[in-house]
Write a protein of this length. Sequence first.
Length: 319
Amino acid sequence: MSARTRTAVPARTADRSRTAVRVGSRTAVRPGWLEKPKPVTQAAKAVALAAVVLLVCVPFLVIVSTSLASTDEVVANGGWVLWPTEPSLDAYRDILEGGIVTHALGVSAGVTLVGTLLSLACTVTLAYALSRPGVLGGRPALLLILFTFLFPPGMIPSFLLVKELGLLDSYASLVLPVLVNVFNLIVLRGFFQGIPEELYEAARLDGAGDWRVLFSVVLPLSKAALAVVGLFYAVAYWNSWFYASLYLESDHWPLQQVLRTYVVAGSGLTDATTGEGTVTAPQTVQMAVLVIATVPILLVYPFLQKYFTKGVLTGAIKS
């Protein structure tokens, strides 16, 4: 066997953080971060990770525990319970029987579903048009869109526009004014530009038009970016409360606006939830509403988390 084939002799250099590996007449230096980590380093990382997990999970555990605690236990502990000794579903029962929170939950779910689908459809078509070279008026249109991103309209002009369009006190006012997010548009446009031009040319040679190229070539290759942008839109619609406070009456409020009103209202929460007098502690009902508002997002995130890094990085950097 010759000296330049597979003969490798590791040698330690003067710098202990690097290892020199000799292959034949060539010597390659392996960086220190590729070395096997030391037990002390691994233990330190584990402790740091455990601390971060505790910081993230303990507040949510307190919220869930307080929502399940009995009235007497909440009052005895000053409004917060780390672990309930007498679990009770009175807070959730009051919420479901009142009807206000359940109606708001349905409003939020409907607005999130419809708004996400419409926003994805508009963002995809607009991003595809702006990503193709030679589109008439494409660059001026992109500059105008970026201008709205840098200088967004104020609250009063937005309210007057919605009023003139006849959208006040309608669920369309929660979707149409924010139908296309400029950041999501830029992410998808960059992703579409990263698709090899040869694929576009091959589809054109096969006689495919713009819509056929979009649905048969672009979208199947953009699942990661679509998942990320779709989740961005869904979270934004689900967490939105400001536009509801401007455009909607209280009987049409989504869950986040109801939640905000209840948490700010404090002592008046229980009567507004159930519609009648009750002995349930307001703090337990507040925490129960927080749990109801948070759980749907927690159920969706784990399934789409793997697309986040790939979708955002690929969309932001043109290959």
